[in-house]
Ligand binder design. Sequence first.
Ligand code: ZN
Length: 193
Amino acid sequence: MAVKRILTIDNAADLAILKRVSTPVEAVDDSVRALMDDMLDTMYAAPGIGLAAVQIGDLLRVVVMDLGDGPAPDGEAGGEPASEEEAARRPNPRFFANPEVLWASDEQFCYEEGCLSIPEYYDEVERPARVRVAYLNREGERIEEEIEGLYAVCFQHELDHLNGVLFIDHLSRLRRDRAVTKVKKTMRLREDA
Ligand code: ZN
């Protein structure tokens, strides 16, 4: 388990890697699970809610995610969280290898997205509201499910990463240029700090 450096678009060498298409895993073995663990550590440290392997420079089709709403911690009285906020904070790590979208709804959903490789820039992206997806989980079992809401947004955002696509690629050229300028400024300020 280790926290890795996250590639960012202001760095030309990083961007060249982020634009590459990742390769399917042959099987979810211990080396893939070790990668998943490093990715989860890196995502929690950032902090973020989703991370694709390419974002730490590994070109395998692997994604991790945590949207909260996990089981109650051991020893906590009762099963029900005290509030929605508390439920959202409960760890619920999810692991995906070779994720794919099998079907997408015509109905679209608009959500303000962000990305750890595009620090501190957020913009609205429209994607299918519901998708039927398939992937291998951490145990290597094939899962198929229909998903919606933030889970569907995040799944499609991360799957894009595996195909070399960033969320700003869904924006107009003007907004994309604005994003790149803003990220370069953000990263300069971080270096100076
Ligand atoms: Zn991202």
